[in-house]
Design a protein around this ligand. Structure first.
Ligand code: TYD
Ligand code: MG
Length: 460
């Protein structure tokens, strides 16, 4: 029997020390260091688990070769049955990958994964491990959602070692573990949910996935600040980290990828939560646009680029005479520093002074815009609110504004225009370099090219 080992681990960042101290040197957090006991050393734990996985090729075998000579097995991605989910994963499930699904309580993580395994079970073997709900609860939900459950294997288990041995027996292609925060490994004696347990559990499952070729989905809780509980450790060891977020409007859920070793990040997938579970929304642009009939000054649609597709959203601005000496600038969903910069450009290059005005900017639907393509619509919406002249609802705009007041092109201009045309917009205000050559129309939509900020002012 190996000697028991004691370590001191920071509950905030997972750094390990040989003795207790008041402040973690890694993350600077105070009073976050706790004592944990291992019944065996880290290396021994890895060896015992590796032994239990005998028959699988090892990951670290000490050999070095040319990168070009490494054999690439033909990986076939498995579609999840939901095209929105596939897109976020970069085109389906990669065998042997570990995907972490994070989100607030009630976001619908368990629902999404249950629906996915039920769909997948038609073509492949799946195993669903629930550590939070009883088998009956899951069965009731599946029944209520009328999911095909005949071929779904399910177990209630919280011990990682048991889960691995069950998975070895069952040989599924996809394993779901709900959730990583309630799992524990036998040889660490801290409570489930503690940093060491989360780290060891996730590490054991990752190693298992890589060796066995089973794709593993982990459910992760988030803390009240919105980051994944059990800190960054989890995100480091998984291949894909996906967040299921509920916007201000509780009906819609966006699935957003934060890390992906097999595809692009910033992909979003949109679902609606209904009484019959989650449904994909294939045309998300429609929900982020304001459908009010009346046009108010200060609002304008724009087309932002999310991952590999365009998304139409509505920007709203309010410009109002400030009641106090210090005018407020507030932006929700866009970059606040960029707003200040644009206000200066507007003053310097178009002679419009908003220094005595409060300026508020909001993106409808809780969407966050990063990137610069919303500069032009932002200025237009500001001017529209300032002059109290509404812009027609069928107008859309995008484009970047430089410090000298010039309007610069943005990526994928034509795709954005096509998306806007598909949604029925009639006029698009775009950077000159994004406008199609030798035509002033895309479909039925009129194109208005602009070169500098003065031309924008003239338009309003
Ligand atoms: P759940 O999937 O249990 O969330 P998580 O695992 O992320 O904590 O969350 C389901 C939430 O969604 C719950 O609050 C109720 C709601 N819901 C519906 O509105 N319709 C449904 O068909 C289901 C299954 C859940
Ligand atoms: Mg759940």
């Amino acid at each position: 029997m190996a000697k028991a080992k004691t370590a001191f681990v920071c509950t905030n960042c997972g750094a390990e020390y040989s003795r207790w101290q008041g402040q973690c040197r890694q993350c600077g957090e105070w009073n976050s260091i706790e004592e944990v006991h291992y019944s065996s050393s880290g290396a021994e734990r890895t060896v015992t688990r590796a032994a239990s996985l005998s028959g699988f090729a090892g990951l670290a075998d000490g050999k070095v070769e040319n990168l070009s000579a490494v054999k690439i097995a033909q990986t076939v991605r498995m579609p999840t049955g939901y095209s929105e989910f596939d897109r976020v994963l970069g085109g389906g499930i990669v065998p042997g990958s570990v995907v972490l699904i994070g989100g607030n309580p009630g976001a619908g993580k368990s629902t999404l994964l249950l629906q996915t395994v039920c769909k997948l079970s038609a073509q492949t073997r799946v195993l669903y491990i629930t550590g939070e709900e009883s088998l009956e609860q899951v069965a009731i939900r599946a029944q209520r959602l009328a999911l095909p459950t005949e071929r779904v294997r399910i177990g209630a288990e919280t011990s990682i070692d048991n889960i691995i041995s069950i998975a070895l027996q069952e040989q599924p292609a996809v394993l779901v573990v709900d959730s990583i925060q309630v799992m524990h490994v036998n040889d660490v004696d801290s409570a489930p949910g503690a940093v060491t347990q989360v780290r060891e559990s996730a590490a054991a499952l990752t190693q298992f996935a890589k060796r066995s070729g089973i794709a593993v989905f982990l459910v992760g809780h988030v803390t009240k600040e919105g980051s994944l509980a059990g800190p960054k450790i989890l995100e480091h060891c998984v291949d894909c980290s996906v967040m299921l977020e509920a916007g201000n409007d509780m009906r819609f859920r966006t699935l957003r990828c934060h890390k992906n070793r097999f595809g692009a990040v910033n992909e979003i997938g949109v679902f609606a939560m209904t009484d019959k579970g989650l449904h994909e929304i294939k045309n998300p642009s429609a929900i982020f646009l304001n459908r009010q009939e009346k046009v108010a000054p200060g609002s304008l649609a724009t087309c932002v680029w999310e991952g590999t597709r365009p998304l139409l959203v509505e920007l709203q601005c309010l410009v109002d005479l400030s009641q106090f000496g210090n005018p407020r600038r507030l932006s929700l969903g866009t970059d606040g520093a960029r707003l200040s910069m644009l206000l200066s450009v507007l003053h310097r290059h178009a002679g419009i002074q908003l220094a005595d005005q409060d300026v508020f900017v909001n993106v409808v639907g809780g969407v966050k815009i990063d990137g610069t393509s919303a500069d032009v619509p932002l200025i237009l919406a500001l001017l529209s609110s300032f002059t109290e002249r509404p812009i027609e609802r069928t107008t859309i705009a995008f484009g970047e504004i430089g410090l000298t007041g010039e309007i610069r092109p943005v990526q994928s201009g034509l795709e954005r225009l096509n998306e806007a045309e598909k949604q029925g917009f009639m006029r698009a205000i775009v950077p000159f370099d994004n406008a199609p050559r030798n035509t002033t129309k895309v479909g039925n939509m009129e194109i208005v090219p602009v070169r500098n900020i003065q031309e924008l002012v003239d338009l309003v």
